[in-house]
Design a binder for this molecule. Structure first.
Ligand code: ADP
Ligand code: MG
Length: 398
């Protein structure tokens, strides 16, 4: 049986962690925490092998000793996931990740999100991923750019669903950037009213370091962080490709998943993002102009000397009405289609409501098709057990 150790003086947090972790929980106060990992693990003897240690540093001065302890865990017991509970995530983010902390948890995090964070931390640590930016075999985040030659094919739909789907796996480790800088509609698609946008980032201190940048992100109700496009198209002129490169570079040092929505075509902002992109999702709809555009874009990408990124082809709005088939698309682009997403009125309704379909983790066909996309990037997204686990607990959790 697995177990979790929580060092906190808060009985409320202990109650929520107990409900969230579901396994054996051993609670002690921060003063009782020994300096060595072995002693700490020894204290909980009898509750089964410890998989996660949560150190609550909210509102007290124990953060240095806790980071020191996390560091020793990283060296001596890398399979144990260390999590930090803090009300200052922006301040502690970087030192914590360097110390090998798997994730930061806000003290008020609801039970269902706590469950995700703990589970995710345990899975990645147990899988030998170490779970931190410092000892992850893939030390920086995965940068997933969603692009297409044409507008209206579903880039924003796929980017928002992908980001929300990944945020369910890694609530504090996913950021969505709206690089359709002039006419972006990510905020609307997520029903957000951002206090800050890209314009504030380039005019303020957001380019200086990731901590400053994080304070300009908007938090979505799923835990997803969002960097919005500008509010008025004229502001877009101030944002250069160099700004974009700096921003993506900072975000990928901090977030496990950076999802980027783009404007149609290969503008300078998109090209700057491609320099950091690990995965490029190319979207076309099932009509001749869009598929031809996709073929040209693939040719262009071959000609440009960009860093290698894995390409994923998504054909959206698939239906039989236009007489074009997926086989026709594959023949035109001379490669296979990775994802086919049907045309569905549920998608339009979700756009209009500002609530991506994957936010609700429904089990209908269109949600499952969108989930395939998430599964490509997240090791635990499409495992059946995980999904049923999630849906089983969702209603009861909060
Ligand atoms: N699979 C789909 N079925 C039906 N409508 C879709 C589908 N995908 C996207 N749409 C709708 O098409 C419109 C354009 O999608 P959007 O994601 O904004 O495209 P883009 O970002 O490429 O311009 C939106 O109203 C969206 O709801
Ligand atoms: Mg769009």
């Amino acid at each position: 049986m697995s177990s979790v150790i929580l060092a906190s003086a808060s009985t409320d947090l202990a109650r929520r962690v107990r409900l969230a972790s579901g396994d054996n929980l051993f609670v002690l106060t921060p003063e009782q925490v020994p300096t060595g990992p072995a002693q700490l693990l020894g204290l909980s003897n009898g509750t089964g092998p410890v998989q996660a240690v949560m150190l609550d540093v909210t509102g007290d001065g124990s953060q240095d000793s806790s980071l020191g302890l996390a560091e020793r865990f990283k060296e001596q017991f890398p399979h144990v996931a260390v999590l930090l509970v803090t009300d200052k995530p922006a301040e502690l983010g970087l030192p914590a990740l360097r110390a090998g902390v798997r994730d930061l948890i806000e003290p008020e995090l609801p039970i269902n999100e706590l469950r995700w964070v703990i589970r995710r931390a345990i899975e990645t640590s147990a899988a030998g991923m170490g779970g931190s930016a410092a000892n992850d075999p893939d030390p920086v985040g995965r940068v997933i750019t969603v692009a297409s030659p044409k507008g209206g094919v579903g880039k924003t739909t796929l980017a928002t669903n992908l980001a929300v789907g990944l945020a369910h796996q890694s609530p504090q480790g996913t950021v969505l950037v709206d690089l359709d800088i002039q006419f972006g509609d990510v905020a609307a698609a997520l029903d957000l009213d951002p206090a800050y946008t890209l314009a504030d980032v380039v005019h303020g201190s957001g380019l200086r370091d990731v901590t400053a940048l994080k304070t300009l992100l908007t938090k979505h109700r799923t835990g997803l962080h969002v960097l919005s496009g500008v509010k008025s198209p004229v502001e877009a002129d101030d944002i250069t490709a160099q700004h974009v490169a700096t921003i993506i570079g900072l975000l990928k040092s901090e977030f496990r998943y950076v999802v980027i929505d783009t404007a149609p075509g290969m503008g300078s902002h998109t090209l700057a993002a491609l320099d950091h992109t690990t995965d490029l999702v190319l979207v076309a709809s099932l009509d001749v102009p869009s598929v031809r555009g996709l073929r040209k874009e693939l040719q262009l990408l071959d000609e440009l000397e960009l860093p290698p990124a894995t390409r994923h082809i998504a054909v959206n709005m698939v239906d039989r009405s236009g007489g074009l088939s997926l086989a026709d698309v594959e023949a035109t682009i001379e490669r296979k289609v990775d994802f086919a997403i049907p045309r569905s009125p549920k998608v339009i309704a979700s756009t209009n409501r500002g609530r991506p379909l994957l936010e609700d983790q429904a089990r209908d066909k269109i949600s499952r098709d969108l989930e395939q996309l998430v599964g490509r990037f997240s090791p635990i997204a499409v495992r059946k057990s995980t999904l049923s686990w999630t849906s089983r607990h969702r209603g009861a959790a909060s």
